[in-house]
Write a protein that binds this ligand. Structure first.
Ligand code: PBG
Length: 327
């Protein structure tokens, strides 16, 4: 055969394959989700998320130690409050579960980077992401609640806040509130393109945040749309977001690519609970190799253009990167 171009030359051995990798990964790009339960002492396995734990306030240090042991230096915190009500008032309680968890972590591990999820759904008794007006979420009334919540997180010492509610105007409202109180340097990671996805099921079971009626289609995005994702990101940029996010990740790689190409801000992807649970379940059935599918999924998300990844696999992925299996 007279073949002058042979792509296989660049695949001949592990060394040249590693040399020619187009996507470089680092544990520095990983963020680990930590669930803190105000009513819990110690830890408890999360039934819907095999291999993940709920942490009591007394054991968040253990969660951090575990991350650090794997070279993961960043987390996003989710709170399970003791008390829920119609407006989600525990969300902005100065001594709420997330606020206390942040204080505890930052006291012992000042260099461990703590991002807080800002949303109402874990705190409202109806499970929606804001205050209700009849049976729908009142956008403008909710902005005040989100701004108060984000401010209370910053006061507790959060390094970054991440609004995940999908209300219109929330980035501007949070930016203004943080700035008014001297938190100009706390960045906002906006869940910009967050879809109304069935992939959040295991998270809602873990966080006790499933809506008690209806669904989130009135505020989260329709999975059919990608131009709308660009519109949401553009609005967040205008409102002062520092980082953008696409969520979920693997079923939305096209959206990640579009947003990576269109915007000059760091782009985060969230490999959500259902993506993780599917890999776990298929591996348990002996259908796939969990480690390799985990690695390939993460590589795909970064290849699509994500600069960072929130994932329940953060610790295992960091190990794989360090061993040179990926990255
Ligand atoms: C809060 C929030 C959710 C997730 C992250 N923040 C749930 C939801 O929107 O219903 C989902 C994360 C996951 O599935 O891993 N609004």
């Amino acid at each position: 055969m007279d073949l002058s171009i042979r792509p296989r030359r660049l695949r001949g051995n592990e060394s040249i394959r590693k040399l020619c990798r187009e996507t470089r990964l680092s544990p520095d790009s990983l963020i680990y989700p930590i669930f803190v339960d105000e009513t819990l002492t110690g830890t408890r396995p999360i039934p819907s998320l095999e291999g993940q734990l709920h942490y009591g306030l007394d054991s968040v240090g253990q969660a951090v130690e575990d991350c650090l042991a794997h070279g993961v230096g960043r987390c996003i915190l989710f709170g399970l409050p003791e008390h829920k009500d119609a407006t989600g008032s525990s969300a902005w309680d100065e001594h709420g579960v997330v606020q206390e968890a942040v204080r505890l972590i930052k006291r012992s591990y000042p260099d461990f980077y703590v991002i807080t999820d800002v949303c109402m759904c874990e705190y409202t008794d109806h499970g929606h992401c804001g205050a209700l007006c009849g049976h729908s979420v009142d956008n403008d009334a909710t902005l005040e609640l989100l701004a108060k919540t984000a401010l209370s997180h910053a006061r507790a010492g959060a390094d970054m806040v991440a609004p995940s509610d999908m209300m219109d105007g929330r980035v501007a409202a949070i930016r203004a509130r943080l700035d008014e109180h001297g938190f100009q340097n706390v960045p906002i990671l906006s869940y910009s393109a967050k879809y109304a996805s069935a992939f959040y099921g295991p998270f809602r079971a873990a966080a006790g945040s499933a809506p008690s009626f209806g669904d989130r289609k009135g505020y989260q995005m329709d999975p059919h749309n990608w131009k709308e994702a660009l519109k949401e990101c553009a609005l967040d940029v205008e409102e002062g977001a520092d980082l953008l996010m696409v969520k979920p990740a693997l079923p939305y790689l096209d959206v990640i690519r579009e947003c990576a190409d269109a915007f000059r801000l760091p782009l985060c992807a969230y490999q959500v609970s259902g993506e993780y649970a599917m890999i776990k379940a298929a591996a348990r059935e002996g259908l796939i190799d969990e480690h390799r599918v985990m690695c390939e999924s993460a590589v795909s998300i970064f290849r699509a253009g994500a600069n960072m990844l929130i994932t329940y696999y953060a610790k295992e992925l960091a190990d794989a990167m360090r061993k040179g299996e990926i990255g």
